[in-house]
Design a binder for this molecule. Structure first.
Ligand code: G3H
Length: 579
């Protein structure tokens, strides 16, 4: 295994030698370990020369370089512990953030997240906030917004750049939480944090350009009017944005809401997903520190934690919210129904289909299905969730995808496995139910079904028909159904009769077919010769039907988080400009 010892996340990939993995597990009492503790369990780097000298049987003696390295790693991680020290109580329970202060809840109760890759053993403990504390978060946000909306745009941008720098510099503990709480492969966990820092920087730059200009209208272009009125239109912040990100991107899909909100002059209240809460709290500390450094209002970024069943409805019906930006599952539908004159921006999942024409580049399509269907074990709203293959290409496509599936590594997130444990037992049960239903109705599994706790081995399910749940429901797991179709019309039926309409993709070498089908697919985005994906993060991202409402992507989110304000100058007499 190749190790990069300068990278604490890479260090997590190694099993501890002192007492073995069992000892490591015992030491990770819910919420008690610090990032430094976790990393100190990792063994020293192997010094192969020393091993050879010792006959290859004893542990290598540390060299000066190794000792120096250990010292610097210890120093580095100690400083990470220090950086994030305020977010934990002495007993290791995580706090919530209101008006710049990390606090324990007056409820005296805590909630917890679990470690999906460790048979759902307790992972972290955090505060169960009360409704009163939710009120305080909104009040702090409201006050901060009033001050922030009067802050020059370039200063708002500077704050965001500061946050991005903090996130890059202190990404390791955040990424470690993603590994532990949501079983995200270590490399992807780091990528999520760095991608988020990039998004924040981009939002700052986009905001400076987009919000720095307004519109000027003259009255006389309307029939009957003279040039005696000028209307100046600006984009102004909405106020307080309630941000609810999902478990699969608790950092990235939080900042995709927070950064556009802040650059536009809003304040935010964040409710992190239960699995992913602690990664979200680390992210919030980067914001809090940047607020202090830049002298920005403390209440701009607030985070309340707790069970959705206890504070979820209270949050989403709170009169203090001026926009609800939600990414998640079906819960979003009930939030949308209850939103009372409050604008909403939602992304609620998909059933992204991959239509493969007979002339398609099979290897390209198979790679897209394997990557698009199985990365992060299929727990992406933009995962390929249905393959629609023309009959005369289906056999070769299925074989090609199967080969790629067999190359996938199934295992632990710390080891950077491609397929890791699903987020919960309920998710794995749901996936299993879909597969059982399909098999009962005649579908063929191209790989044997295998499951241990939340870990489901990847499987391609061939000969799926429209009578099977797998043709219509979203597995959110490493299971990809293949429907063999005779005609384009038959394929489009699966896309357009789905309750979802997030993305779709089409594989063909014929540009006319590609464009025609892209136009006919009733989805928010169609990818031609590539798998569905949200990124790059400045691309517009939207769904139709139950996949969501509104559009995201950085500029679209900035637009959504502002409203037009007109100031009309009424002249005593019409005036026509000359130059
Ligand atoms: O899970 C929903 C995400 O928006 C998908 O993002 O395409 O970058 O994985 P992604």
């Amino acid at each position: 295994m190749k190790l990069c010892w300068k990278d604490p996340i890479a260090a997590l990939q190694v099993r501890p030698v002192r007492g073995g993995f069992a000892a490591e597990k015992r030491s990770r009492v819910a919420g008690k370990e610090s990032v430094g503790d976790v990393l100190r369990l990792a063994p020293p780097p192997r010094a192969t020369a020393d091993v050879a000298r010792a006959g290859g049987t004893t542990r290598p003696r540390p060299t000066h370089a190794t000792r120096d390295f250990r010292r610097s790693l210890r120093r580095a991680m100690a400083s990470e512990d220090e950086f994030y020290a305020d977010i934990r109580s002495a007993d290791g329970t995580y706090k919530f953030l209101v008006d710049g202060a990390w606090r324990e809840s007056s409820s005296g109760r805590t909630c917890g997240s679990v470690a999906p890759a460790d048979a759902n053993a307790p992972a972290y403990a955090f505060q169960a906030c009360t409704q009163g504390e939710v009120d305080e978060a909104f009040a702090a946000a409201r006050a901060a917004h009033r001050q922030w909306a009067r802050t020059p745009l370039h200063e708002r941008a500077a704050l965001l750049h500061e946050v991005a720098a903090e996130m890059r510099a202190h990404h390791a503990p955040m990424a470690a939480c993603l590994v532990r709480e949501i079983a995200k492969p270590a490399k992807d966990a780091k990528t999520e944090v760095i991608r988020s820092a990039d998004l924040i920087d981009y939002a700052a730059e986009e905001g400076v350009r987009a919000l720095g200009v307004g519109t000027l209208l003259h009255a006389d272009s309307f029939p009957g009017a003279k040039r005696d009125k000028m209307c100046m239109v600006s984009k102004v912040p909405l106020g307080v944005v309630l941000c609810i990100p999902p478990f699969n991107y608790p950092v990235n899909l939080a900042v995709s809401k927070i950064a556009p909100a802040l650059i536009a002059g809003n304040a935010v209240v964040i409710k992190p997903p239960t699995q992913g809460t602690v990664a979200g709290l680390h992210m919030a500390e980067c914001f809090r520190r940047a607020l202090v450094t830049r002298g920005a209002p403390a209440g701009l970024v607030n985070v309340v934690t707790g069970k959705g069943s206890e504070i979820g409805d209270y949050l989403t019906s709170h009169p203090g919210a001026n926009l609800i930006s939600f990414t998640g599952g079906d819960t979003g539908l009930s939030v949308a129904k209850k939103a009372n004159m409050v604008p909403i921006q939602m992304e609620l999942g998909g059933k992204d289909a991959c239509l493969v024409f007979p002339d398609a580049d099979v290897n390209l399509a198979a790679s897209a299905v394997a990557k698009g269907g199985f990365s992060y074990s299929g727990q992406r709203c933009t995962a390929v969730k249905l393959v629609l293959a023309f009959e005369n290409i289906a056999d070769v496509l299925v074989e090609s995808v199967s080969k790629k599936i067999e190359a996938l590594k199934v295992g632990r997130p710390e080891d950077d496995a491609d397929i890791t444990a699903l987020v919960s037992k309920a998710s794995a049960d749901f996936v299993q139910g879909l597969v059982e239903d399909a098999v009962k109705k005649g579908a063929v599994l191209k790989q044997p079904w295998r499951r241990e706790d939340n870990l489901v081995w990847p499987v391609l399910v061939d000969h799926v028909t429209d009578e099977m749940r797998l043709a219509w429901e979203e597995p959110f797991g490493p299971v990809v159904p293949v429907v063999r179709v005779k005609t384009e019309e038959e394929a489009l039926k699966f896309v357009n009769e789905s309750k979802y309409g997030l993305q779709g993709c089409v594989f063909t070498k014929n540009v006319d077919d590609a464009i025609r089908v892209a136009d006919l697919m009733e989805t928010g985005t169609v990818q031609i010769n590539g798998p569905p994906a949200r990124g790059p993060d400045h691309f517009p991202f939207q769904g139709v039907r139950d996949s969501g409402i509104g559009s995201q992507g950085i500029i679209n989110s900035i637009d959504t988080m502002t409203k037009a304000k007109s100031v009309v100058i009424n002249l005593a007499k019409p005036s026509y400009a000359l130059a």
